[in-house]
Design a protein around this ligand. Structure first.
Ligand code: PEP
Length: 251
């Protein structure tokens, strides 16, 4: 049986973006609503301060909003944190969890990432669960084992009943301009697909697996055409509407 998976292109603005950045969203919406409709679901994950504005403004052009992180609890004494329900209340439909920058800077474990993904699903959000090896782990020949272990630990059991997205982001490719070869990407995405199907059966066959790490207008077409690459998580190149639109149209 052939399974059709709707591609997803998500932009991770990280800690970039003021209210003036909404102009970039206007430009993106303008490009997206001119000519052929995009073949991908398009999501922007801006800083939380402008999430509600992005959700409001994106609605008319089909651009969805997502958070960049959430707390595993629904509410409580967690100064500076944001609950998944708050993101949903601000208009988000997705949330990134387990980004390697958070795993590295805040020591986020697979258990914590899984708890965040569970909180996201509980709030009606689709978690974009990030996994990926460091350069040393790849050089040691451990990339697949590392990713398999992150997947096992970070993807909740409830993913069998809910929509989740997995993003494969080799840590060494993020923001560096370097990417794995197409064969390496296809091999890792194939391995992730097999693990998802082994664990979740048919459901695992339809989970979107995104590639992330220096995806840009110049390499998007070839990477997004690889087997089991169902879209991309885009950092730097999502900040400029023109570049992001080129990646979207490469689907
Ligand atoms: C990211 O941080 O999720 C990312 C993919 O970044 P970049 O595209 O800039 O490598």
């Amino acid at each position: 049986m052939t399974t059709t998976i709707t591609p997803l292109i998500a932009g991770n603005w990280k800690m970039n973006g003021m209210r003036a950045s909404l102009d970039e969203l206007t430009t993106l919406a303008g490009i997206m609503t001119t000519g052929d409709a995009p073949r991908a679901v398009v999501v922007i994950c801006p800083p939380a301060t402008i999430l509600a504005a992005v959700a409001r403004q994106g609605a008319s052009s089909g651009i969805l909003a997502g958070g960049q992180d959430c707390h595993p609890s629904a509410a409580g004494p967690h100064t500076g944190d944001i609950a998944a329900g708050m993101l949903a209340d601000a208009g988000a439909q997705y949330v990134i969890v387990g980004h390697s920058e958070r795993r590295a800077a805040y020591g986020e474990s697979d258990d914590l990432v899984r708890a965040k993904a569970e909180a996201a699903m509980g709030a009606g959000l689709k978690p974009i669960i990030c996994v990926g090896e460091t350069e040393a782990e790849r050089d040691a020949g451990n990339a697949e084992a590392v990713v398999a272990s992150q997947l096992a630990g970070s993807v909740p059991e409830a993913a069998g009943q809910h929509d989740v997205v997995v993003a494969y982001e080799p840590v060494w490719a993020i923001g560096t301009g370097r990417t794995p070869s197409n064969d390496e990407i296809a091999q890792m995405h194939g391995a992730i697909r097999r693990l998802l199907v082994d664990r979740f059966g048919e459901r695992g066959a339809t989970v979107q697996i995104l590639y992330g790490g220096s995806l840009k207008p110049q390499n998007a077409r070839e990477i997004l055409a690889l087997d089991n690459v169902n879209g991309g998580l885009v950092g730097g190149a999502s900040l400029l509407a023109k570049d992001f639109a080129t990646i979207i149209s490469a689907v």
